[in-house]
Design a protein around this ligand. Structure first.
Ligand SMILES: Cc1ncc(COP(=O)(O)O)c(C=O)c1O
Length: 371
């Protein structure tokens, strides 16, 4: 099975520490104080929407965020800021990452003149390691997968009295991940003058790429809180080979996914979903699908080679996965039931978020040149 549909429940989200922290977020106000802050662009790809026979395709381009080539700085900077306001004597931050989050933690720690120790799993490429190390942090590659690298970073942080800034939560580790999620709210609030309009959204469907699920859960939380039953339909997209959320939804419990963890979508190549992200996702997404690497590549090329005067968007393997999911939904015949379930038709206004640029430049070059 590589798809599932869900019915939106009648109840609002449960009270939890994560919910409380998200409700109190002032991330947009905080981010505006940073010298690198600028609202990221929202493009309307008019010609692509005509070509795909849908109403609108909007893309919010987070590759432009804080000169970090990915959205992850939103979460890490807010969590580091919150941690330091609670415990000003912190000297070392630590995290596990498949690339983007680690770079964001390294950047955030350096802003406060703090040390960062960043652990990466065995499949992380040299380009991603260098991008993290360039912010002055120590990067250590382990012979482990992502999930086990998280466990390692958690254990060593406890032992060394470092502060773990992890973008996924588990039992007794919820507060920092919730600050990270609160930081992600910034890019959603930036769209309140354009498509996240008051009372009713000016979009019908959102495709969100999913790793551990913290980021898509934040988006779901935002749309449920702002619009409740009038929220846009939300479709989650994961790699075929690493689909922790889809497999958890199919099993009705949070599980480590089966699969060979072999995908070019490095940022989505995670294990078990985040505990607090899972609670939100299972109550608020409308469908989840998985895609092969070929769809991610197709989406990268679609954005890189725009039609007529559409904007060119530089999108990495994970950043383009949302569009890859839309393309698959439109192309695959047997997805007709899914299309009906989410109301995907020639009038649909669709949003996806380009969560990263060419974070692995060599791979990006080879994808765009094999047209
Ligand atoms: C580029 C990119 N997009 C999306 C995601 C998904 O976020 P999450 O792991 O919170 O589901 C990630 C995670 O690292 C990422 O790097």
């Amino acid at each position: 099975m590589n798809e599932i549909f869900l019915n939106f429940p009648d109840n609002r989200l449960k009270n939890s520490l994560t919910n409380d922290i998200l409700l109190k977020s002032n991330s947009l106000e905080y981010h505006k104080t940073l010298e690198e802050y600028a609202e990221t662009p929202l493009y309307d790809l008019k010609n692509l929407s005509r070509e795909l026979n849908v109403g609108k395709i909007y893309v919010k381009d987070e590759s432009k965020r804080f000169n970090l080539n990915a959205f992850k700085g939103l979460g890490a900077s807010y969590a580091v800021h919150k941690a330091l306001s609670l415990y000003p004597n912190i000297s070392v931050f630590c995290t596990a990452t498949d690339g983007n989050h680690g770079r964001a933690v390294a950047w955030s720690a350096a802003k406060h003149n703090k040390k960062a120790v960043i652990y990466v799993p065995k499949q992380t490429t040299d380009a991603r390691i260098k991008a993290i190390a360039d912010h002055g942090s120590e990067v250590i590659q382990l012979d482990l997968n992502y999930e086990d690298t998280c466990q390692y970073a958690s254990n060593i942080s406890k032992k060394m009295n470092w502060t773990l800034i992890q973008d996924t939560s588990w039992i007794n580790y919820e507060e920092i991940p919730a600050y990270i999620m609160s930081g992600y709210l910034t890019h959603l609030r930036e769209m309140e003058d354009s498509i996240n309009t008051l009372n009713n959204p000016d979009i019908d469907i959102i495709f969100l790429q999913c790793g551990v699920g913290s980021w898509p859960a934040t988006c779901i939380w935002y749309y449920i809180n702002r619009y409740f039953k009038k929220k846009p339909k939300i479709v989650l997209v994961e790699p075929d080979e690493s689909s922790g959320v889809l497999q958890s939804l199919l099993s009705n419990k949070r599980i480590t996914p089966k699969g060979n963890l072999n995908t070019i979508m490095a940022g989505l190549n995670c294990g078990i979903p985040s505990m607090s992200g899972w609670e939100i996702i299972k109550n608020g997404c409308d469908a989840a699908i998985s895609i092969s690497d070929e769809y991610a590549k197709k989406a990268i090329r679609t954005l890189y080679y725009p039609i007529k005067d559409d904007e060119r968007v530089i999108s990495g393997e994970s950043g383009a996965a949302g569009l890859g999911g839309l393309i698959k939904c439109l192309e695959v015949n047997k997805f007709n039931v899914l299309r009906e379930h989410i109301g995907l038709n020639s009038k649909s206004k669709i949003l996806f978020i380009n969560t990263e640029g060419n974070t692995d430049p060599e791979n990006f070059k080879s994808i765009i040149s094999s047209n």
